[in-house]
Design a protein around this ligand. Structure first.
Ligand code: TA6
Length: 297
């Protein structure tokens, strides 16, 4: 659909409009109260979330908007697997959803916010990578003080399907040396940069090196404390029993062409996932929903 067609069908006066974003990619721009968000149809990718103009979600200055590559930052939709494909290294990391073209399905003005729903169904392109029939719905609810992102995966194939996924959210922080994360103390995790060893820590998470951990059997909210910005970001979730925390640190940041060498200092990923032990098997005709709500505590 063209920008004009998107606006004719899905604009909400004063609250949601479609524009041509970087790389000419269609983007929905929504606002409600002091909150605002942008969502790209490429990957159903939430690009930003701000309250009073202050970014809560982080986007790399080097992000590529070519309609092919996953956008660096925001909320990549990783599906139907998290990280590398479990058995085939030739398949794209984090699956097919974040690099596919989604379609606008619905927009709605709520009493207390704005809602947008995007859809993706299996296609020739997705079947080249993952030969199954599926329907995805990504909904975004913007309220005056929160953003909720919800992914519903429906198995319309004839066999049970395994869905691994992540709402792979990049958060903006004042600096890794002062911000820290609570809510995962004493929760077992898989250390992805130490031979997938299973470990547990009693303390809050302070980022002082590359961190890449899959916390398992946890449904708890996570808090990103940021004293230098005098704020705490809260992430609540449903439909997920695993949470990933990632910061690439110096070497990995330098290896990513769409990530500024020093950008690791101002971001951290806290990802609502179904990963590792938490991958879900969904029977034919059934669905699974995972959701995260981001707010300021
Ligand atoms: O966040 C966990 C992770 O799997 C990391 O290992 C890192 O690879 C990150 O995702 C980003 O992956 P991407 O494919 O977007 O570069």
């Amino acid at each position: 659909m063209s920008i004009d067609e998107l606006n004719a069908s899905f604009a909400i006066s004063d609250h949601l409009t479609w524009v041509e974003g970087p790389g000419g990619l269609p983007i929905a721009r929504a606002n409600f109260g002091h909150a605002e968000t942008e969502i790209s149809l490429h990957g159903a990718h939430v690009l930003s979330f701000k309250i009073d103009g202050e970014p809560i979600i982080w986007l790399s200055k080097e992000a590529v908007f070519n309609g092919k590559k996953a956008i660096r930052g925001g909320v990549p939709v990783c599906w139907p697997w998290f990280a590398d494909h479990p058995t085939d290294a030739d398949k794209p990391a984090h699956g097919v959803a974040r690099t596919s073209e989604w379609r606008a399905l619905k927009t709605e003005q709520l009493d207390d916010g704005i809602a947008l729903e995007l859809g993706l169904t299996d296609s020739e392109q997705t079947r080249e990578v993952w030969d199954h029939a599926f329907e995805l719905r990504l909904s975004v609810e913007l309220k005056a003080d929160s953003l909720t992102v919800t992914l519903t995966s429906t198995n319309i194939d004839s066999i049970p399907l395994e869905f691994g996924c992540a709402l792979h959210t990049y958060f903006a922080i004042s600096g890794v040396h002062s911000a820290y994360i609570s809510g995962l103390e004493n929760v077992g995790y898989i250390d992805s940069i130490d031979n997938d060893q299973r470990k547990v820590l009693a303390d809050a998470i302070h980022i002082d090196r590359e961190v890449d951990r899959i916390y398992t059997q946890t449904e708890s909210a996570v808090l990103i404390h940021d004293p230098d910005w005098d704020r705490t970001i809260r992430i609540d979730k449903t439909g997920s029993a695993s949470t990933v925390v990632w910061n690439p640190w110096i070497d990995k940041a330098a290896r990513m062409s769409d990530f500024g060498d020093d950008e690791y200092l101002g971001m951290v990923c806290v990802e609502t996932t179904n990963a590792a032990d938490d991958v879900r098997t969904v029977a034919a005709g059934e669905s699974h929903t995972i959701s995260q709500t981001i707010s300021l505590a």
